[in-house]
Design a protein around this ligand. Structure first.
Ligand SMILES: Nc1ncnc2c1ncn2[C@@H]1O[C@H](COP(=O)(O)OP(=O)(O)OP(=O)(O)O)[C@@H](O)[C@H]1O
Ligand SMILES: [Mg+2]
Length: 211
């Protein structure tokens, strides 16, 4: 199974989601984490784990056309998680032709959500080019923990309009546990915030089981 985490916006939580999925599935599946973002944030996270002698799945940094390399690695690994970065790139487009699931995080706020129109077209194009079964999920991140705020509700109304995506029910709320753990080379489940751990696990389940 190949899972690509990407999109067109920076700082929305792509790397956070990619490394946490990779960590979770690597507990019982042979897993490869691919960092295809020149920023190398997933590679840094992996390096910090290795430095502390923590268990870590394999990591490759890749660039350019990922179609053949990903399909080659899919012969060797049960799960491949790709952090494709925050631009509409050759890496993203080629990975979308090879993958099973595309996860596109977005923050609430009209400006971020408007960029999803472009991603919607990119997904439709990947399907038209032959990856007909491509599953595309959009995930809300950095949502307010205050339930009174209307941001999430408003954002969901817009996400429901996207023809190529199905929204993930679980959103990742704005919690310090995400950046505290990531910057220490940890998964959220290795930190001490049970709510963050729970929502990340629910997100991963939904994405992998296509709920
Ligand atoms: N739900 C969240 N709550 C609070 N902080 C978060 C959350 N998700 C991610 N972060 C933090 O926000 C920052 C951006 O997250 P991340 O690096 O995962 O985004 P990205 O989309 O990969 O960014 P880039 O476009 O730079 O690759 C990081 O410091 C991360 O730890
Ligand atoms: Mg990133």
């Amino acid at each position: 199974m190949i899972v690509v985490v990407g999109g067109q916006k920076g700082g929305v939580g792509k790397t956070t989601i990619a490394v946490n999925i990779a960590h979770e599935v690597s507990q019982d599946s042979k897993t490869l984490l691919v960092d295809a973002d020149p920023q190398g944030s997933s590679a840094n996270w992996h390096f910090w784990r290795k430095e502390q002698n923590l268990d870590a799945c394999r990591l490759y940094q890749m660039k350019g056309d990922l179609y053949d390399p990903l399909l080659d690695q899919a012969e060797l690994y049960q799960v491949i998680v790709v952090d494709s970065g925050g631009v509409d790139s050759i890496e993203l487009r080629s990975a979308l032709l090879a993958c099973d699931i595309f996860v596109c995080p977005v923050r609430p706020g009209q400006f971020d959500i408007e960029t999803l129109g472009k991603m919607n077209d990119v997904v439709e194009k990947a399907r038209a080019q032959g990856n007909r079964e491509l599953v595309a999920r959009v995930v809300l991140t950095h949502t307010p923990t205050n339930p009174v705020m209307a941001d999430e509700k408003e954002a969901r109304a817009i996400l429901n309009e996207l023809s190529a995506f199905s929204p993930v029910k679980t959103s990742l709320k704005y919690r310090s546990a995400y950046w505290r753990t990531a910057s220490a080379g940890l998964a959220v489940s290795e930190g001490d915030d049970g709510r963050a751990t729970g929502e990340m696990q629910n997100l991963i389940k939904e994405v992998l089981n296509n709920d």
